[in-house]
Design a protein around this ligand. Structure first.
Ligand code: NAD
Ligand code: ZN
Length: 367
């Protein structure tokens, strides 16, 4: 038995999806079908980018009495931030809304998932960081991604950091999965190019890590292979943001999310998580910074990544681990090696024989 024998036996996919250019216009009907006499109002959690986008806001079917919160994206979700939002909703009379609509990037989608679970389960967000701790189904929830790559629209987790303990872990639960998602590629046309690349590469990275691991299954592999094919098609094309490519990336993100829900990541995500925990760097850009330094472990993906980033003229932060102090070195090592499951998947249970303290630090110093 290894630490990987638990956790990936059951796979639950999203209840339903609607896909296609313009499909976001269907959200009003979907929300209305959830409204009841007892719960007439919905909650809308909207990425702050759309605060002044009247076209998008008007298409969401909001009525008087619905709650609307714009989600800030400067920082990734914290357990405290989720708790505060739950209290705000409860105090404004939205204890049992008809549905929660999350529209935005991974931060907003994860916030919607966490809030939906907490409204019905009670307690604090930190109580549910882990596997299968959510006791009862959350409020009905609809996810509408507006940037593609993380697969947050497909997975059974919602990533949150507990700033008190430093734990960055989601509520991994069947109840965290969206009841309905709407995949409308017209929503991603406004994403800034660098951000589009970083987030899109999360789908590629999830799948090259899964395919290089030792804990595999046929369905996860099939999802992963198609995700990687789509990503090559997108990022090795002349314009990764052409209409057809944005549509492909929305599919790749969803399939990548399905892939990772049945398998594990590898070495890149643990290093990336350490950059997030120690320096507050966002998940997707951190992944790219790490892959850029991982030629020893993922030579083929590394050289493909270099081709993609040059072709798309994307800039990557450099020297992020320049001038490390002893304390920072220790913090980076600890935050990397605590991710035993993916490291075991990539390197076996004796992963510390390969990933010595000195090697970990020399990798960070290349970033
Ligand atoms: P994000 O939510 O971090 O947003 C990135 C930026 O893009 C923000 O500034 C946002 O306002 C902006 N944006 C979003 N849509 C836009 C649009 N259409 N036009 C212009 N700007 C737009 O995006 P992300 O990279 O998708 O999400 C990262 C988060 O996802 C992290 O918190 C990470 O931990 C989480 N994540 C979750 C899972 C999961 O399975 N639940 C998996 C991987 C990552
Ligand atoms: Zn990721």
């Amino acid at each position: 038995m290894t630490s990987l024998d638990t956790g990936v036996k059951n796979v639950r996919n999203v209840g339903r999806f609607t896909i296609g250019e313009g499909s976001v216009s269907g959200v009003a009907d979907l929300v209305n079908s959830q409204r009841t006499k007892a719960s007439p109002n919905a909650v809308y959690l909207i990425d702050e980018f759309f605060e002044n986008s009247n076209d998008v806001l008007n298409s969401l079917g909001m009525i008087a009495g619905d709650a609307k919160h714009f989600i800030k994206t400067a920082k990734e979700p914290t357990t405290q931030g989720i708790d505060d939002l739950v209290v705000a909703l409860q105090s404004s009379g939205h204890k049992q809304p008809a549905t929660i609509v999350g529209i935005g990037g991974g931060i907003t989608l994860d916030t919607a998932k966490a809030v939906a679970n907490l409204l019905t389960n009670g307690g604090k967000a930190a109580d549910y960081q882990g596997w299968d701790l959510v006791r009862v189904p959350g409020v009905h929830k609809i996810g509408i991604p507006t940037i593609s790559g993380t697969g947050a629209e497909a997975t059974r987790t919602c990533v949150m950091t507990n700033l008190e303990t430093g734990l960055k872990l989601g509520m991994n639960s069947d109840y965290t999965v969206f009841d309905h998602i709407i995949l409308d590629p017209s929503l991603t046309s406004t994403v800034p190019r660098n951000q589009y690349f970083y987030t899109g590469m999360d789908a590629y990275i999830h799948c090259i890590e899964a395919l290089a691991g030792s804990y595999r299954n046929a369905i996860g592999d099939a999802y992963s292979r198609e995700t990687v094919n789509l990503c090559r098609n997108i990022f090795l094309s002349s314009d990764m943001m052409a209409d057809a490519r944005r549509s492909d990336l929305m599919v790749a993100s969803y399939l990548g999310g399905c892939a990772i829900a049945t398998s594990y990541v590898g070495i890149i995500h643990p290093f990336s998580a350490a950059l997030s925990v120690v320096f507050g760097m966002h998940h997707c850009v951190a992944n790219c910074v790490v892959l850029n330094a991982m030629s020893e472990f993922y030579p083929q993906a590394h050289s493909e990544f270099r081709k993609m980033i040059e072709l798309q003229k994307v800039e990557l932060p450099r020297g992020v681990c320049a001038n490390l102090t002893d304390d920072l070195r220790q913090a980076l090592i600890a935050a990397t090696i605590k991710h035993e499951k993916p490291l075991t998947n990539a390197l076996g249970t004796e992963f510390r024989a390969t990933l010595t303290d000195a090697r970990i630090i020399s990798l960070f110093e290349k970033m």
